[in-house]
Write a protein that binds this ligand. Structure first.
Ligand code: SF4
Ligand code: SF4
Length: 381
């Protein structure tokens, strides 16, 4: 069922002229009123799909709840003290709200102007400033950026910080799969930061600096196009940098998108195994590639692919940007454990296509395999 179907059925009893005038009014009103006001007045139609509201069961962190708090602070009805601003940061930036919003709002993005103001005025939570300092000092929240191997080729592969730090053995596998697909691969010794943390948390000056460095490095790379391991990095390069006045005239693909585009060239052996798919929320809600992982895996003969209860448009985000992990470790762990239990009900082995998701699920005790690693195991080359 599409998100506008209820509107259409509500209008079904009306005559053509009434229908037309109501639709016109709906569309013009959509433009007049500020988005944050519309969201504040909404009866939380997307609440059921918000992972943080589901896990916490607290109205103040629900999508419309956060919009109401933001509006009250903006209008001066609520003081911008730490207690009042805190719920705004209980947002994973996943965009699961957008999947069911008639206005197409992603609440995380509606909150950015206020978060930028709070950050600018020193009123964001302490965790935001702590992470901002690390990003300013290292371009990373984990210390010096990891060093890897530099290669020369036509396609630039951005492996990402999590893969390089936590799964260095995957680097060769990502290079290998691109070579199997016929590309020569370029990699950088030190990659620039490619994360959404400063964007979703209003760290405007940090985002401007890091995203300019990112775009400069990619422009200077002279690569034909760019392939990334994290879907959130693809979203950043395709949609977020323009909000900072930056442009990258190169195609950017998540690794799964490239594999999907070349799927007819690949042949797989039988895999008599059972796996459950954890779809990274950035792939579903940000890149809007809902079916590609399923379609890729469907090409492997005899693979028993299971889906968790929450999948596709109802995919369950396990942390998004690192703010929740820093701010409230207990809630962060509850979120991941809830997802892990749901996945384990279907199969022991979890497959995903984001090194960050893999790390979180593994740290909670899950047995996880990366898509590229899994495909190479069953690929006929
Ligand atoms: S994001 Fe959309 S559906 Fe969700 S509360 Fe706001 S207006 Fe309502
Ligand atoms: S972006 Fe995600 S966590 Fe934030 S309000 Fe929307 S659904 Fe909830």
């Amino acid at each position: 069922m599409g998100k506008y179907d209820w509107v259409l059925s509500a209008l079904s009893g009306l005559g053509f002229r009434d229908k037309l005038s109501l639709i016109k009014k709906f569309l013009s009103d959509r433009k007049k009123v500020e988005d944050i006001v519309k969201c504040s007045l909404c009866p939380n139609m997307c609440r059921f799909n918000c992972p943080i509201a589901t896990v916490l069961g607290d109205e103040s962190v629900s999508p419309a709840g956060k919009a109401r708090i933001a509006l009250a602070i903006q209008r001066g009805y609520l003081e911008a003290d730490e207690e009042n601003v805190l719920p705004l940061y209980y947002c994973l930036g996943c965009g699961a709200c957008k999947a069911y919003c008639v206005f197409g709002f992603n609440v995380a993005e509606l909150l950015i102007p206020l978060k930028e103001e709070l950050y600018e005025n020193g009123k964001a939570p302490r965790a935001v400033f702590k992470l901002a300092e690390k990003l300013k000092n290292y371009g990373s929240i984990y210390g010096e950026r990891p060093v890897g191997m530099a290669r020369e080729g036509k396609v630039l592969l951005l492996l990402g910080e999590t893969l390089r730090r936590k799964y260095p053995e995957l680097e060769e596998k990502y290079v290998r799969i691109l070579e199997v697909l016929g590309f020569s691969v370029k990699t950088l010794e030190i990659e620039p930061y490619c994360g959404l943390l400063p964007y979703y948390n209003g760290m405007r000056n940090v985002a401007e600096k890091l995203y300019s460095e990112l775009v400069d490095t990619l422009r200077n790379s002279k690569a034909d196009f760019i392939v990334v391991s994290e879907p959130s990095c693809a979203y950043l390069l395709r949609h977020v940098i323009e909000k900072y006045g930056l442009k990258l005239k190169k195609k950017v693909l998540h690794i799964s998108e490239l594999i999907y585009d070349r799927l007819d060239e690949l042949r797989f052996k039988e895999a008599n195994v059972e796996v459950v798919l954890h779809e990274p929320c950035a792939l579903i809600f940000k890149l809007e590639r809902e079916n590609i992982l399923r379609e890729i895996l469907a090409r492997i003969p005899n693979l028993k692919l299971k889906l968790p209860f929450r999948n596709g448009k109802n995919a369950f985000c396990i942390g998004g940007t690192e703010i929740l992990e820093e701010m409230d470790r207990e809630v962060y762990e509850r979120l991941i454990n809830e997802r892990l239990q749901e996945l384990k009900e279907e199969a022991e082995l979890i497959i995903t296509s984001s090194p960050s998701c893999m790390k979180k699920l593994e740290e909670a005790g899950g047995k996880v395999v990366d898509l590229v690693d899994f495909l190479l195991n069953y690929m006929e080359v």
